[in-house]
Design a protein. Structure first.
Length: 255
């Protein structure tokens, strides 16, 4: 099936018609001729493709979320008695984003973020900061996104403003991820997150040395995640090249 799909795509594109909604003419595609490999060659092609797919899936299935959760629980448990007992509202506030219609977005390098992430780009930021935490308010309520650099959160999202300068923004991000904000949202037709509910959530703030050690470990996991993403992209590119080369050598020997 892999070989048929791979050879059919360029031929389908080459025989398509229509400018608005291009479509392939089956009569033309049916005339395409190719050499069918032997059963043994077909089996070898399938084995190669399956092996490459397993490698890619193996990389994709590596997830650091459980380790992050374990580190958080270790931090909370070890500091439950000595840490400072606070509410989330004591250290930060959730500010409303501002509506920005798609027709008013001017492109550029500034990401525009809704409740589930980037929804477009603009040329000026609403929040001009080195790093920003954006939280879904409506729709994907409670989703927490870290943004490197200035951005524009729209009205379906909150952004975080720190009240205490002695608490790192990165720690606040991990805190908000671990308290399970989606669970705090109202489960209606359009789920929503009430910031007063978030403010009232209790937590224990560990001492600064403990937070620094924890964040050092988290940054190491961030580096692992970045490497995994790059490895997955490389694996996908390698798989595509392998599929193309295998098909060209064994399937697409056109008469």
């Amino acid at each position: 099936m892999t070989g048929v799909q791979t050879c059919a795509l360029p031929i389908s594109l080459g025989t398509s018609a229509g400018s608005i909604s291009p479509r392939t003419k089956w009569q033309e595609l049916a005339k395409y001729e190719f050499e069918l490999p032997s059963v043994e060659e077909q089996r070898l092609i399938v084995e190669i493709m399956d092996s490459a797919d397993r490698v890619r899936e193996g990389i994709r299935n590596v997830n650091t979320s459980r380790l992050r959760r374990a580190l958080w629980l270790e931090l909370v448990t070890s500091n439950n008695q000595s840490g400072e007992k606070l509410k989330i509202g004591d250290i930060l506030s959730l500010e409303y984003g501002k509506a920005l219609k798609q027709t008013n977005r001017n492109g550029g390098s500034i990401p525009v973020l809704g409740s589930s992430g980037v929804v477009g780009y603009h040329d000026t930021p609403l929040v001009d900061a080195q790093s920003v935490i954006v939280i879904g308010r409506k729709g994907s309520a409670g989703e927490v996104v870290w943004v490197d650099g200035p951005c524009w959160p729209i009205d379906t999202a909150y952004y975080v403003r720190m009240k205490r300068t002695d608490v790192q923004l990165k720690f606040a991000f991990e805190l908000l991820k671990q308290v399970d904000l989606p669970r705090m949202s109202t489960q209606t037709a359009v789920p929503g997150l009430n910031r007063d509910v978030v403010y009232s959530a209790d937590f224990v703030l560990p001492g600064d040395p403990f937070r620094e050690l924890y964040l050092m470990r988290i940054r190491a996991l961030d580096d692992v995640d970045e490497r995994l993403i790059n490895a997955q992209l490389s694996a996908s590119e390698a798989l595509a090249s392998l599929r193309r080369l295998t098909v060209e050598r064994s399937v697409l020997s056109v008469q």
